[in-house]
Ligand binder design. Sequence first.
Ligand code: NAP
Length: 485
Amino acid sequence: MSANKSNGTDVTLIYGDGIGKEVVGATKKIIDASGVKINWHVCEAGAEVFRRGIASGVTDETLESIKKTRLVLKGPLETPVGFGEKSANVTLRKLFETYANTRPVREFPNIDTPYKGRGIDIMIVRENVEDLYAGIEHMQTPGVAQTLKLITRKGCEKICRFAFELARAEGRKKVHCATKANIMKFSEGMLKHAFEDVAKDFKDIQAHHIIIDNCAHQLVRTPEDFDVIVTSNMNGDILSDLASGLVGGLGFAPGANLGTDIAIFEAVHGSAPLFAGKNVINPIAVLLSGVMMLRHIGEFEGAQKIEQAVLSTLEDGVYTQDVHKNDGAVSTTEFTDAIIERFGRTSTFWSSRDYKKIKMPLLPDNRKYVPVKSQKVQGLDVFLDTEEDVMVLGKTLESLVSDLPVNLKMIGSKGVKVYPAVNGLLPDMVDHLQARFMINNDNEMDHAMTMEVMSRVASKYNWMHLERLTDFDQVPGYSKAQGED
Ligand code: NAP
């Protein structure tokens, strides 16, 4: 981790796109005025870099700077909507393995919301590098797309440990783990199980599991009941935007992406191109991301000074146009100066927390993270691109393997068994069918048998995807289709 030295802490600064120059500029001005000594290294990423043909949206100079400073304060980066280019934000988060995205959601003084006075004060911890954001996608047929949802036990343990460590560092009492484990028993279930295991090491913190949809419902009804919420990448993305809406919107939603030794601080919001260059945008989200950065490097006093000045400014009824349009709103630059003028003031609105540095979890470095005693391939799911009637398809596949110690257990369509059909019912079918072959003796579906089955299937059908059905320590590592015994 970058050390805060007497001659200043080195930080890579990325202004970003759209409103970035204004909000990051305001943040830099306020931090510099606070007396905390930061050596800013201005670097590039985002739209202009994409325009120069760099598909990651991040230059080599920027990557080199981050490797050295290990700290980044950044503005929003536009993501080109098209094919080929990756999000520069996701590139940075993944390359530097900043696996813990933390987003505080706290009520602000004088900001009218339906929740005013309820004392909302939540930390949302979103796993930041796994899940659907692995970005591994394939067109299975011209009309069927697939995204891989990759969840690892190690990733789950890291993010759960981090959530508990954060709760301890901020003196919080409760952690909810929000998952969809009731439907995705392996992927989301892995997060739930890891959470339950990790919770045993943090007896001082209450641990609760909650289904993600219920969590969204409860967040809208009784947000004050939540303290820390830990969740997977996609669920956290949605939940954290919802939560920022409870306290005044994206202008008030800061964030941090933390890894074992690299940290990237940025607001939740994007480049808001409609407001770029108009000097009207709210800098609080990026500024409070900067405050999170100061706490991360141990500059607790400077962080407190800036945070208190922000609260005092709002208490005095000074705000940008996202709070009240056409009603006394000041410009971004006036708002920035108003904050600096209030250095030294203390607000009574937030009870101040006794922040400590978060103890980042250190997990073993081995790739094979979950050892097993036995591993046996029991069958194959062969995904076929075909419009053939399923009765004909089923009979043909059965005849293709009739002399092998293999049986066609079922054919599925979008996770529903359609052969043999359940009560003669068929769902709306597409050209993407899952043929499940199981070995019917004590042997394994070894490579030779797999090749034999595949060559027979491929002699008649176009297949596009293959999964091996494996038992780990005698426990099946594959789901059943609806209606499958
Ligand atoms: P957005 O930039 O977050 O803007 C959506 C709306 O939220 C804005 O129109 C704006 O006004 C409000 N808003 C955002 N920031 C605000 C602030 N600081 N103060 C006050 N209001 C604020 O979302 P988007 O339009 O969907 O995305 C634009 C681009 O940003 C896209 O290219 C996207 O990929 C990128 N993006 C980048 C990041 C990142 O770098 N981390 C994150 C999200 C999006 P109203 O509420 O009045 O409409």
